[in-house]
Write a protein that binds this ligand. Structure first.
Ligand code: DOR
Ligand code: ZN
Length: 458
């Protein structure tokens, strides 16, 4: 029996007692949560009547993960993902907030569309869905969208991007950064000089040559990042570099940061783990933009993430229905699922080799992304008085990735069949359990009158 209460957001929540959890992998403790807020931390807290008990069984307790780069596909791409299926995938992956990219149909370039996405996220209620607004109308790179209107709308847009495409025109990028500075929002750039990537299908290198695929040179990323850092410095604006893929880009970021440019950067799980060697079977599940690069690049990505030159892991979760992926290489859409495998890939590539400890995982998956986007109630310390917004991680789990079993509506995981370490045991958003042992609690589904687990019906 739950004692009915509402938290600050009006969500109906029971009090929650989390037992035997290890904050940041440290000593085990219990946490009592009331009205979505941690009220007590200590050993052997009593389970008073009406309190829901979540036995963490020694799992690692981290602040809920925040993804600055998610494609939810709604509106217009519901055959690949919806706000509901994407939110479910996010909760299962330990995420409590995601930023939904605007390359939908219609494009999220007006207050009406961003407010719709935000509202759908609230209706589903499994994760905070923050719409990203487009920088240019229709992502066409020609006319700037109304950033101020979107920022001031009910959606409260904090990040703008033409992701999928680069804001290529330096005049528009400069103006967008000036607006961003005035509005105190972030411009997230998909750094790709399109003039250098015409027809590109794979990283420009020996693998692409052997396979006969047109190359995407690393310089197409590096040069845009260098240009944008100069423009951001001039505008005093916050620039976020999406999915850094090339070792050379890291050196540009390092120099810009040393000069005080307000630039942050993300790396995807797939660019931490996979290389273009995966392309030899021509399976389009490995097609992504920017492309998988070399072992030298993945090594540099890991080192830069450990050092902080790359601030965060952003999934670039890019679901595509089978009809867009199960095609010949050139026709396939670029993109890979990421939300449900990100934690495991980070543990495999960063924790196991000793590059990050659990505090470091909290930093790259939660604290820094929340800080970059300016979210006041995510990425918070695990402490009394703070929101009960958590990911509980079983560090000893080992699991085999199966795209068909993921909660995402699509199945295009590049990690199919891989055995990966660590699993999300539960996710808690302001005191509500939104996912548990791989299966999402039916909070959102109950509101919609149906309980669905795993793949949703199309
Ligand atoms: O691989 C990608 N897929 N890269 C992008 O920039 C866009 C994304 C998508 O929307 O599918
Ligand atoms: Zn992109």
């Amino acid at each position: 029996m739950s004692r009915g209460r509402c938290n600050r957001n009006g969500d109906h929540v029971a009090d929650l007692l989390i037992t035997n959890a290890r904050p940041y992998g440290e000593d085990a403790t219990d946490l009592l949560v009331r009205d979505g807020v941690v009220t007590e931390i200590g050993n052997d807290l009593p389970a008073v009547e009406g309190v829901e008990v979540l036995d963490a069984d020694g799992a690692v307790l981290l602040p809920g993960f925040v993804d600055l780069h998610t494609h939810l596909r709604e509106p217009g791409g519901e055959e690949s993902e919806t706000v509901e299926t994407g939110s479910r995938a996010a909760a299962r992956g330990g995420y409590t907030a995601v930023f939904a990219m605007p390359n939908t149909d219609p494009v999220a370039d007006t207050a009406v569309v961003v407010e719709h996405v935000r509202r759908r996220g609230e209706e589903v209620g499994l994760v905070d869905v923050h719409p990203v607004g487009a920088v240019t109308v229709g992502l066409e790179g020609v006319k700037m969208a109304e950033l101020g209107t979107m920022a001031k709308s009910r959606a409260g847009v904090r990040m703008f991007s033409d992701d999928g495409r680069c804001v290529h025109d330096p005049v528009i990028m400069r103006r967008a950064l000036e607006y961003a500075s005035a509005l105190d929002v972030v411009i997230a750039q998909h750094a790709e000089d399109h003039r250098l990537t015409v027809g590109a299908q794979a990283h420009e290198g020996v693998v692409a040559s052997r396979l006969g695929l047109t190359g995407w040179p690393a310089t197409a990323e590096e040069t845009i990042v260098a240009r944008d850092c100069a423009l951001a410095r001039e505008a005093g604006a916050k620039l976020h570099v999406c999915h850094v893929s090339s070792a050379r880009t890291i050196e540009v970021l390092r120099a810009a940061k040393a000069q005080g440019v307000r630039v942050s950067a993300e790396v995807t799980p797939h660019h931490l783990l996979l290389t273009d060697a995966a392309l030899s079977g021509y399976d389009p599940v490995h097609k992504v933009n920017p492309p998988l690069r070399t072992g030298e690049d993945t090594k540099a990505m890991r080192a830069a993430l450990a050092e902080g030159v790359i601030d965060v892991v952003g999934t670039d979760h890019a679901p595509h229905a089978a009809q867009y992926k199960d095609t010949e290489w050139a026709a396939a859409r670029p993109g890979m699922l990421g939300l449900e495998t990100a934690l495991s890939v980070v543990v495999h590539t960063m924790v196991e080799p000793g590059l990050l400890d659990w505090r470091g995982v909290a930093r790259v998956l939660s604290e820094r992304p929340a800080e970059i986007a300016g979210l006041p109630d995510q990425g918070r310390p695990i402490a009394v008085g703070e929101p009960a917004t958590f990911a509980l991680v079983d560090p000893d789990a080992v699991w085999t990735v199966r795209g068909a079993a993921l909660a995402s509506r699509a199945s295009n995981t590049p990690f199919e069949g891989m055995r990966l370490p660590a699993a999300v045991a539960a996710t808690v958003l302001r005191g509500r359990v939104t996912a548990r042992s791989g299966a999402v609690a039916p909070i959102g589904a109950a509101r919609n009158g149906s309980v669905a687990e795993g793949k949703a019906q199309v």
